[in-house]
Write a protein that binds this ligand. Structure first.
Ligand SMILES: Cc1cc2nc3c(=O)[nH]c(=O)nc-3n(C[C@H](O)[C@H](O)[C@H](O)COP(=O)(O)OP(=O)(O)OC[C@H]3O[C@@H](n4cnc5c(N)ncnc54)[C@H](O)[C@@H]3O)c2cc1C
Length: 395
């Protein structure tokens, strides 16, 4: 059975940024359709670590992250649901003097972007977090960063989108798109054709489909961080914790479960699903988790992974297409797009409505990769085979 939908804006992908854009555009009076391959929030937006952090970001991302942080403050009210946003602060630990020097340099540079970090010596860190392992020599604290529950955020945005009248089509895959005299014609699974004036490409790790369709292939690769959650434990991890190098990150939710991550998983051929590395490796990771010796005996009750799109320079593609008027991209968040999701939606809506945004998005232009896609690293991308995307995850 075939079906045709005509809207002002079609959005490929149902992640947080896509849905936030859909809500803003619908409220501005445009008709909007979101087309999602699985269910909204099933991608990276719904399965991530939950870090709502500005500390440690590339400096060019900070203006966007600062603006997003303001949105997080009012997100419960905006969504009409509790997304468990907790301003726990984010503390980044140094395990060597070289790490500490790096934290000092970052704190100095970040101040110019309005991010105030507090540097702590070894004694101060251990006084605040006495359960930390011996290896910590200092830290940098961002008191206004925090954490939230991604399993709530993604679906909550989808529920709001539906409430305000966005057409949300789940289990529907965008398979191709072309330009017409008036905009776009998008073919999706199930015989669905969507015609639209504007098209937003926010398909996460699958975004190259539309980028390529409009002559802008990019070196987008899948990133699959490992996540673990323990049984509920007495509350003790009062901050969201990362380390220099980004190889371990830990937070504890109010119910007591400790969530932590490190390493990376495997992904399937079309980068839809990922699963964590072998049980043995996870056990090994737990045993070697010298940072939090108190977790050594904790029972892991679940492990998972997810797939984000990663760019070679670890910053996303955000903005107008360089080839096709009316097409906008937002993908490649390289393992740290959860915090940015709400503001990316606003930025996309500004681009559609006004042709410009107040946020400085020039560094994220897709044009920085023109001609680069052919040099993209190649991965096996088959379940069971070892996939080795470049590691750059920091939560
Ligand atoms: C395990 C993990 C931990 C992370 N931890 C953090 C963290 O602590 N803090 C942080 O800031 N960031 C974190 N991130 C990164 C963050 O989750 C992502 O950067 C962000 O969610 C990306 O959002 P997105 O909308 O681009 O992609 P997604 O949320 O993946 O959304 C893209 C959607 O597009 C759909 N799609 C793909 N192809 C098609 C198609 N052809 N047709 C229709 N739909 C399609 C997918 O099904 C998916 O739902 C983490 C990521 C992972 C995987």
């Amino acid at each position: 059975m075939s079906e045709r939908i005509e809207v002002d804006v079609a959005i490929a992908g149902g992640g947080t940024a896509a849905l936030a854009a859909a809500v803003a555009l619908k409220r501005a009076g445009l008709s909007v359709a979101v087309i999602e391959k699985r269910v909204c929030g099933a991608g990276a937006s719904g399965v991530n670590f939950g870090g709502v952090r500005r500390q440690g970001r590339e400096l060019v991302e900070l203006p966007l992250a600062n603006r997003s942080r303001l949105l997080w403050e009012g997100l419960n009210e905006f969504l009409g649901e509790d997304v468990e946003f907790d301003v726990s602060g984010h503390i980044k630990l140094a395990r060597s003097d070289a790490d500490m020097a790096e934290l000092e340099r970052y704190a100095e540079a970040a101040r110019a972007y309005g991010l105030d970090l507090t540097l702590l010596g070894a004694n101060a860190v251990h006084a605040e977090l006495p359960w930390l392992g011996e290896k910590v020599v200092g830290a940098s604290l961002s008191p206004t960063d925090g954490q939230a529950n991604p399993r709530v955020v993604g679906p909550a945005f989808a529920r709001l989108a539906r409430r305000v009248g966005v057409i949300v089509r789940e289990h529907t895959t965008v398979v191709s798109a072309t330009t017409t005299g008036h905009g776009f014609e998008i073919e999706a699974s199930g015989g669905l054709t969507v015609t639209s004036r504007y098209l937003i490409n926010a398909s996460g790790a699958g975004s190259n489909l539309l980028a390529e369709a409009f002559g802008e292939p990019v070196p987008l690769t899948p990133l699959t961080p490992n996540m673990l959650v323990t049984e509920p434990l007495p509350y003790f991890v009062s901050r969201s914790i990362g380390v220099c190098g980004g190889d371990v990150y830990v937070r504890q939710i109010r119910r007591g479960n400790v969530i932590f991550g490190g390493g990376k998983g495997w992904f399937d051929a079309d980068h839809t699903f990922a699963r964590p590395v072998s049980e043995q490796s996870i056990d090994g990771m737990i045993r070697t988790l010298q940072l939090v010796p108190g977790l050594a005996e904790a029972r892991v009750i679940r492990t998972w992974s997810g797939v984000d799109g990663q760019m070679p320079d670890h910053i996303p593609v955000i903005g107008s297409s360089s080839t096709t008027p009316g097409l906008f991209h937002a993908f490649g968040f390289s393992g740290h797009g959860f915090q940015l999701g709400p503001v990316i939606g606003i930025i996309l809506s500004e681009l559609v409505l006004d042709g410009r945004t107040e946020s400085p998005i020039e560094p994220f232009s897709i044009t920085r990769f023109v001609g680069d896609a052919g040099e993209a690293p190649r991965f096996a991308g088959v379940t069971g085979e070892s996939a080795e995307p470049p590691a750059h995850v920091e939560h």
